[in-house]
Design a protein. Structure first.
Length: 118
């Protein structure tokens, strides 16, 4: 998969990429780590080497979650909520990862590119 956003129920598997519209940034699900790159690595989920990391899922509650093969959660954006009609995650042209819920943007990362969302 190579595109610029994820909607409810969309999933990423290892090797999948999400691009910013200007193609200057990409978010890659690689070796169990979800990483954002510009001309260098800018941010990661700090889950590198987790061989049991299996998929990233944009859930219907607007939470973006990394699951193991046994469907146990191992990382999340904590962006969940209820009653949203529209929910999507995308990479902005400034490299920030955003969850948009009914038109409201929640920036998942800003200037601190070294830590995952708690």
């Amino acid at each position: 998969m190579s595109r610029n956003y994820m909607s409810k129920y969309d999933e990423m598997r290892k090797g999948d990429i999400i691009w910013s519209n200007n193609k200057e940034y990409k978010a890659v699900f690689q070796d169990g780590n979800f990483v954002i790159y510009g001309w260098r690595q800018m941010w990661s989920s700090d889950t590198a080497g987790q061989c049991d990391a299996y998929r990233l899922c944009m859930q219907d509650d607007c939470n973006f979650v990394m699951y193991k093969r046994d469907n146990k959660m191992m990382w999340q954006t904590k962006s969940q909520g209820q009653g949203f009609k529209m929910c999507r995650m995308y990479l902005r042209n400034d490299g920030n990862l955003v969850v948009e819920k009914d038109g409201e943007e929640m920036v998942i990362k800003e200037d601190d590119y070294s830590h995952s969302v708690p």
